[in-house]
Design a protein around this ligand. Structure first.
Ligand SMILES: [Zn+2]
Length: 316
């Protein structure tokens, strides 16, 4: 009788040991995928972050920087990985000297990829002057339907420039990825469909580095946001470059809920003609408790991450 009891207790001891080891392995696996622990994992699960498609972080080396430049009423975002420098948009032509001096001050001496989210002047207007001032290895454009391709003189000059200087130029496609070095990756996640307007046709870029992610949405509006949500691509990000300069056409509630950013950055000019950012958008961000950085008030917003920690500063 005693022996049987002892065997049983030994057996249950072994079962408990296996359970403890399995729990420890599970916890270790959670850390590997960037969760602080089981509470963090369950929190993400309940928040729907996993359902929204959080990206499992890979190992990183060095740092990754994302600068949302102060370029007046337009967009210009610098992404510096350990191997690659990418510029997303180049605002209007008047902003180009400021963009070049900002890049030079940082020691940037060339652009690996210049991405134009969509062919509106406040996003491509400064491209020629920037390429004139800094060697640019290649250019990526949004896939725009023939009938929407601008016929403006400034856009035609850009197309002529790219041909004349033989700068490799391609249309980016959803799913394309670009290695930034050190484990950083830029992924094209939108547009998911073809639209009959340029704003919704904006390229949407996601940057992942370790535990941290950035979502740059060009001037995408609510229609494309809805399609992006429905597509199931990973949207959760630490930093959101708010769509369309904070216009009420963008940043729908459902979209903000899915991205669930820790920081929002709005690129807009002081006293601009459009009233950007719109109060409704500021309110939607504030109601979620998201700190807002505005280039018109704060200057450039600079994010630096080592893959684990993320810091933010501003520079006028
Ligand atoms: Zn714009």
């Amino acid at each position: 009788m005693k022996r049987v009891q002892r065997q049983q207790s030994r057996k249950s001891f072994r079962v408990w040991m296996v359970i403890i080891i399995l729990l420890a392995l599970f916890e270790a696996a959670l850390h590997l995928f960037g969760f602080a622990g089981i509470d963090d994992f369950m929190g993400a699960l309940l928040d729907g972050n996993l359902a929204a498609g959080a990206v499992a972080p890979g190992p990183t080396e060095g740092t990754l920087e994302v600068h949302v430049l102060d370029v007046g009423q337009g967009d210009c975002i610098l992404i510096r990985g350990s191997d690659k420098t990418i510029l997303v948009d180049a605002s209007v032509s008047d902003a180009a000297p400021g963009i070049l001096s900002y890049l030079r001050k940082l020691g940037v001496d060339g652009i690996d990829i210049l991405i134009n989210t969509h062919p509106h002047n406040d996003h491509f207007g400064g491209m020629r002057a920037v390429m004139d001032g800094m060697p640019t290895a290649r250019v990526l454009l949004a896939p725009i339907p023939e009938e929407l391709t601008p016929t403006t003189v400034s856009f035609e000059k850009l197309v002529t420039y790219l041909g004349k200087h033989q700068i490799p130029t391609a249309e980016a496609r959803v799913g394309d990825t670009y290695d930034l070095g050190g484990g950083g990756v830029l992924t094209i996640v939108g547009p998911q469909k073809t639209y009959d307007d340029l704003n919704n046709s904006s390229l949407v870029c996601r940057v992942d580095f370790g535990r941290h992610s950035f979502l740059l949405t060009g001037d995408m509006e609510a229609k494309a946001e809805k399609d992006l949500l429905a597509s199931g691509v990973p949207l959760r990000a630490d930093v959101l470059k708010v769509g369309h300069h904070g216009s009420n056409t963008s940043s729908s509630r459902d979209f903000l809920k899915a991205v669930d950013p820790d920081y929002a950055v709005i690129s807009c000019g002081a006293d601009n003609d459009y009233g950007h950012p719109h109060d409704e958008v500021l309110e939607r961000l504030r109601s979620r408790g998201i700190p807002i950085y505005r280039t018109d008030l704060d200057g450039a917003a600079v994010f630096v991450t080592d893959g684990d920690q993320l810091s933010v500063s501003t520079a006028k």
